[in-house]
Design a protein around this ligand. Structure first.
Ligand code: GTP
Length: 261
């Protein structure tokens, strides 16, 4: 977990302090990696009504989007969303969540960069984006009333607890891990996962050699600048520029991670 900066503790404390007041936890997952983005300390939400938003569906495999939504909906209210989802659809879903409270207090939580701020902005009908592309940006805490919901105007940033190479690699592929903090072993593993999902036959060295050359990412002597090629390639993958791919496809693993988290 060394790659997460010092505000992890602060973020955790913030969530715990606010948790007492929360009735419904809206857990935002990345549709490309529902298992990796569920890999956090879930037991802090044990007594809360949990609902799931599978976000960034525009970047994931459309067949798997449907499959994942059906699977998670077996136990929890679940909605497939992306940046183009209408505010009305999101509000209708949230208002339909069973609760014993007249004005349930809602918090939006998830690992870095899954789209929490974008979703909060949409719920609040705010167009001026308070989002940050840099993973892990926190903001001030405030409650806002919206159509019978009391919404925490601050994303709850969660950090992966059950850390493994597989999870780290998938978080890298979806842009939830800052590239600077990733070592070569994770890059190689992430590339294998990407290649398998995308049907690419080359290994990372062959691939980056060709990719770097085609993008003109060369050193003075004319050799490919491997570091530059790697950085740009993984950034582009996380932005969906190399296909709409779903990396997590194991439903059982999801429930296992959810239970143990
Ligand atoms: P942190 O504050 O770092 O925890 O991020 P966050 O979870 O609040 O995510 P944020 O809303 O800032 O979105 C992160 C990036 O993903 C931004 O560049 C958004 O524009 C982009 N994004 C959010 N939702 C979607 C989506 O559904 N599809 C696509 N393609 N991009 C999205």
């Amino acid at each position: 977990r060394a790659w997460y900066p010092g505000h992890v503790q602060k973020a955790k404390r913030q969530i715990r302090e606010n948790l007492k007041k929360i009735d419904i936890v809206v857990i935002v997952l990345d549709a490309r990696a529902p298992v990796a983005t569920t890999s956090f300390e879930m037991k802090i939400f044990k007594d809360k009504q949990r609902v799931f938003l599978l976000n960034k569906t525009d970047l994931a495999d459309s067949e798997y989007n449907k499959k994942w939504a059906c699977e998670i909906a077996k136990l929890y209210p679940t909605l497939l969303v992306n940046k183009d989802t209408k505010r009305k659809e999101l509000l209708t879903f949230l208002k339909s969540v069973p609760t014993k409270y007249a004005n349930p207090r809602i918090a939006v939580v998830g690992v870095p960069n899954v789209g929490k701020s974008t979703i909060i902005n949409k719920i609040l009908g705010r167009h001026k984006a308070k989002t940050g592309a840099q993973p892990g940006i926190t903001r001030g805490v405030q409650w806002v009333n919206v159509e019978g919901l009391t919404v925490l105007d601050s994303p709850g940033i969660l950090f992966s607890e059950i850390f493994s190479k597989d999870i780290a690699a998938k978080l890298l592929l979806i842009g939830s891990l800052p590239i600077e903090n990733v070592d070569d072993e994770i890059f190689d593993y992430a590339f294998k996962i990407y290649a398998s999902a995308a049907g690419v036959q080359k290994d990372i060295v062959q691939f980056l050699e060709e990719y770097g050359r085609s993008r003109g990412l060369l050193k003075k002597g004319g050799q490919v600048d491997y570091e530059k090629a790697k950085t740009l390639f993984f950034k582009e993958v996380s932005e969906g520029k190399h296909g709409k791919l779903t990396y997590d496809t194991d439903f059982e693993k999801f429930w296992e991670v959810l239970k143990n988290g």
